[in-house]
Design a protein around this ligand. Structure first.
Ligand SMILES: Cc1cc2nc3c(=O)[nH]c(=O)nc-3n(C[C@H](O)[C@H](O)[C@H](O)COP(=O)(O)OP(=O)(O)OC[C@H]3O[C@@H](n4cnc5c(N)ncnc54)[C@H](O)[C@@H]3O)c2cc1C
Length: 469
């Protein structure tokens, strides 16, 4: 039974909250006992099973203003839902109000100005579909079902970040409903501190109803490399890759992934499940120029499989979607690192040899380039000097494996902690780890962020959201 009583029962608090919202909102108001309640409260990570009192499915910014006003009056615990992909499930709360933006997914593109305005609940699939029609791209994520909301507010690392920066670096303005119920525009010129916070420290500063991005010419086809090397050669290849990755032109954002060959129908069946080191990258420019630039990533050893060549950018951006299905069980945690020395590689491979499931992977992303050219003071994102993000992504389906998979990932993360310079909030584990990680997430931005929250949310309406990863 759910701690607050029968999951289907309607408490007086819920009834009052729901009635107040219904009086003001165009979108749906969903309570326990409603047919869609269980579907709507679920998030991407099947480990998360929270039971909100009421879910306010906002249809537009006006609904968000209404939901915040009702929250001010009744003071429930509040969470904000974008794409629902955060591992910790911070989009939903137990026994509180979820301000759900997942029905707000409009994307408008001004091609001549290279500006994109995307609603707060849009996913990268929505943004890529709209921008690629005009040969433009916003630096987004690597799985197209991920929400732009949490992604951008936490920084946002992707396949073109060394060329064009993090998603939060492409941000030019936001519209945000702050705790007083006002809809404000924040940019470098208006509510500049709020805008600064939104770029990497944007949890719990309000509800962002739209994001305005700069977009960059790219696609529709791009040159990519995906070279699958034998796992047995991983120690040497990873060491060589580390030296190569930071020297590559900024038009490439190299990745190295320790994984097992996925059971994809396009891959010969006899290779499925074989342990491998995948070296990957996308050339951010004309595909014909890309092959030569990407070539060194294919020459680090003898790949036993290659999925390199030219493909549509949208296909690349969604190529692993099916390997991360909604409702699977996941735990992701990462380190930012200034260097990846041989000692760290050796530890990583020792742990990788004991990976709990074939779905589990380790992804090493290269930063630098445009990401490192933004000064530390310009945005709340605190890791401009990191050259790598080392992400440990455990995935499994059987609840009986929860302790083993989470324990393995935490053990590996602990073993690599001596090499770390900080923690990326978007890959930062589960809710119970949030407090222990706070300083490593926000570093030098911690006090300034607290001041922004005091200014725009003096009564702490979004305090719980700010404490979540
Ligand atoms: C399969 C998968 C692939 C991923 N790939 C990448 C990747 O390539 N690069 C990368 O950097 N990260 C990646 N991530 C991590 C991702 O950036 C975070 O999970 C991010 O929080 C997802 O945003 P969301 O809106 O979907 O999440 P949600 O869970 O909805 O939100 C996360 C947090 O942001 C807040 N929030 C969301 N939207 C808003 C809004 N509009 N206004 C105010 N607050 C809001 C929520 O309240 C919550 O606290 C990936 C995650 C998954 C699960």
């Amino acid at each position: 039974m759910h701690p607050s009583g029968m999951a289907g029962a309607r408490s007086t608090g819920a009834a009052v909250l729901a009635e107040s919202l219904r009086g003001l909102m165009r979108g749906d108001v969903i309570e326990r006992g409603d047919a869609e309640y269980d579907d709507v409260r679920r998030v991407w990570n099947g480990l998360v099973d929270r039971h909100p009192l009421v879910i306010a499915r906002c249809a537009d910014a006006g609904d968000v203003v209404a939901a915040v006003k009702v929250a001010r009056e009744h003071r429930p615990l509040v969470s904000v839902r974008g794409g629902g992909h955060q591992i910790a499930g911070s989009a939903v709360c137990d026994d509180g109000l979820v301000i759900d933006l997942s029905a707000m997914r409009n994307v408008l593109v001004d091609t001549a100005a290279r500006r994109v305005v995307a609603a707060g609940g849009a996913t990268w699939r929505d943004v890529d579909a709209a921008t690629q029609a005009d040969g433009l791209a916003v630096p987004g994520g690597e799985v197209s079902t991920t929400g732009i909301g949490g992604f951008t507010l936490g920084g946002g690392m992707g396949l073109i970040m060394r060329a064009h920066g993090l998603a939060c670096d492409a941000l030019r303005a936001i519209e945000i409903v702050t705790a007083d119920g006002a809809l404000r525009r924040a940019s470098p010129h208006e509510h500049a501190e709020l805008f600064w916070a939104a770029r990497g420290g944007g949890r719990g500063i309000g509800v962002v109803t739209s994001f305005e991005f700069e977009a960059y010419p790219l696609g529709p086809d791009v040159a990519v490399v995906q070279a699958f090397y034998p796992w047995e050669d991983a120690a040497r290849i990873l060491a060589d890759w580390t030296a190569l990755a930071v020297r590559m032109p900024e038009t490439v954002t190299p990745q190295a992934i320790l994984w097992s060959v996925p059971a994809d129908p396009s891959i010969p069946e006899e290779l499925h499940g074989r342990k491998t080191l995948i070296v990957a990258g996308l050339y951010c420019g004309a595909p014909d120029d890309g092959a030569a630039v990407l070539e060194p990533l294919r020459r680090l050893g003898m790949p036993f499989l290659e999925l390199s060549g030219t493909m549509p950018y949208v296909a690349m951006q969604s190529s692993v979607d099916e390997l991360f299905p909604t409702g699977g069980r996941y735990y992701m945690k990462s380190h930012m690192m200034r260097d990846l020395p041989r000692a760290a590689i050796d530890i990583a491979l020792e742990w990788d040899a004991r990976r709990p499931t074939p779905q589990t992977l380790i992804a090493i992303r290269t930063l630098g380039g445009a990401v490192s050219r933004v000064s530390r003071e310009e945005s709340a994102f605190a890791h401009r000097d990191a050259r790598f993000n080392f992400s440990i992504d455990a995935g499994w389906t059987d609840p009986r494996q929860d302790a083993e998979a989470i324990g393995w990932a935490r053990g590996m993360w602990d073993a690599l902690a001596p090499f770390a310079s900080g923690v990326y909030i978007n890959f930062s584990g589960l809710a119970d780890e949030a407090d222990a990680l706070r300083d490593s997430v926000f570093g030098a931005s911690t006090d300034r962020l607290a001041e922004v929250r005091r200014t725009y949310d003096p009564e702490g309406l979004f305090a719980a959201a700010a404490r979540q990863p």
